[in-house]
Design a protein around this ligand. Structure first.
Ligand code: 5GP
Ligand code: ZN
Length: 137
């Protein structure tokens, strides 16, 4: 992917502050952090989002995210960590090379997460059936 910023970070064409690397994945500091220690974990190969990530790559990514999340927690002395993955534009994805955000949290840090709504039990029954029908192996 010639125009992909994250591919250029993998190749070294664009500089980054790397914190971890293995054969499949790379972790580096976010250039515009939501909090102190905000880190991104990406596959080295280009895949657009979670839908197209091969299973093994996704599994490796998850293992890297776990390893790096703990390191970020210990390094920043945060009290919690959010792991977030934006998939597609309407979910906030700006860079279309799959990535997991590691966002350190502290008490009263002012970061807002998703608001909660409400739902009727009937609605949840119908919805859970709809989703179950769409589960593919
Ligand atoms: P998205 O909204 O696609 O889930 O998140 C993309 C993230 O990449 C953003 O948090 C943004 O700050 C970060 N980012 C964008 N360009 C660069 C860059 O050139 N270097 C680094 N380190 N992070 C970047
Ligand atoms: Zn890419």
């Amino acid at each position: 992917m010639n125009d992909c910023i994250f591919c250029k970070i993998v190749s070294g064409e664009i500089p980054s502050h790397k914190v971890y690397e293995d054969n499949w994945s790379l972790a580096f500091l976010d250039i515009a952090p939501s909090s102190y220690g905000h880190t991104l974990v990406i596959p080295k190969d280009h895949f657009e989002n979670i839908y197209t990530l091969p299973d093994e790559t996704l599994a490796r990514l998850a293992l890297t995210a776990k390893k790096v999340a703990l390191a970020v927690k210990n390094a920043t002395l945060c009290d919690g960590v959010n792991l977030i993955m934006n998939n597609e534009k309407n979910a906030g994805q700006i860079i279309f090379h799959a990535h997991i955000h590691i966002i350190p949290r502290k008490e009263n840090d002012g970061l807002k997460l998703f608001p909660h709504g409400s739902s009727a039990n009937e609605e949840l029954i119908i919805l859970s059936e709809k989703i179950k029908e769409q589960i593919k192996d």
